[in-house]
Ligand binder design. Sequence first.
Ligand code: FAS
Ligand code: PHB
Length: 430
Amino acid sequence: MYKFLKRKSIPVKHCLGHYSLIISLNAIVVRTAGHQFMKTQVAIIGAGPSGLLLGRLLELQGIDNIIIETKSPDYVLSRIRAGVLEQGTQMLMREAQVGQRMDSEGHVHEGFALSFLGRLERIDIKALTGGKTVMVYGQTEVTKDLMDARNLSGATSFYEADEVTLHDFYSDKPSVSFLSNGQRLTVECDYIAGCDGFHGVARKSIPSEAIRLFERVYPFGWLGILSRTPPVSEELIYANHERGFALCSMRSSMLSRYYVQCSLDDKVENWSDQRFWDELRLRLPEAAAQSLITGPSIEKSIAPLRSFVAEPMQFGQLFLVGDAAHIVPPTGAKGLNLAASDVYTLYNILRKRYKENRLDLLTKYSEICLRRIWKAERFSWWMTSILHKFSDDAFNQRIQEAELDYYTSSLAGQTTVAENYVGLPYEAVE
Ligand code: FAS
Ligand code: PHB
């Protein structure tokens, strides 16, 4: 377990009647009976990749921040999610001084395959993008590296917080209140970063008339399995099949991650390991199906698929970041990477606001992020639309096969797929 509240310095305590004042390096604390007040520059809600990465980058710039998370560190780390990092995400991990394990344990991938009609067509992303690649390194590891760094630095984080509530974010004195170990705390800040994911409180705190939501829910889910087996292929395989989509991925040379499309009302308990492996084999090209090494699942879960965007992403002093503002179907491996590009934008806006007094940049956050978000939404929607079974409509299956045939046999088509998969460039904050 991670210590949830650590301070760097020996707090200086002044008892002012029933108040007590504790000064520490990154939080000023005033305590009254039953209610503790803290002050920081940026209050970050959520300790997923968005919150932890933003917190770490700000901390390295000497910008005080406090993270408030509803779950325990172990719970956050137990979630099995993304597996592919774009170069921009890798760059940010290095800038956050937490890239060492990623660089030593991550696997650089120079291509991936699209499978259809029994064919296996490789997209050579490195050759098609002038040398760009992606890295296979699980989101769990990204989160752990960031958590470890924050725990080591002593920056303040509150885990297992309850009743997290945002206050006055349209004023210049926003705050976040919450219960921690039965004590009510209020963090007064300059800005709030809502990094609390799709189901978090930040977006839901915004008046409905101030926000516009765009959504598409797909009529299927992904049944994912993790197994301590060697991956069927060194690179990822995205398979279109008339029985449904399948994906072969991995976390390491002895930890494989596989997915099969399943119906929305399906249940994990309906899928024995054997049924999963049999179905996966049916959806893969012959050579892969024959060389697949199976084993007991160590994790099995079903995730729904949706495309979702909230516009704008800034509301006074509140900024929505990552899944709090947008969701993509994981078919394009963009979710975690989009969160990282939001962090890049907000981090640089706040860095320049505090270091160069560039207050003008604060209003540019939404437009910069949304330009990249909508292009990633398009790619993720397109990959989902050509790889999944939507109905028994034979015409749609033929159109999907023609799309895949064109995009894998035309240099222009391959280049389009490759440059979107490695991640479109980040827009400079200037
Ligand atoms: P997260 O949801 O990761 O983190 C939000 C944090 O806020 C959580 O720790 C949560 O506990 C906390 N929180 C929630 N409410 C709160 C509150 N009221 N107060 C305080 N804290 C609160 N992306 C890919 O690229 N590839 C994939 O294969 C992939 N698979 C996925 C599978 C699933 C089941 C899910 C849900 C997502 C998947 N994603 C995938 C997307 C995922 O990786 C996200 O893009 C990524 O987690 C985004 O990170 P955050 O924005 O930090 O949000
Ligand atoms: C994964 O490894 O979990 C993964 C990889 C690529 C995707 C989606 C999921 O597009």
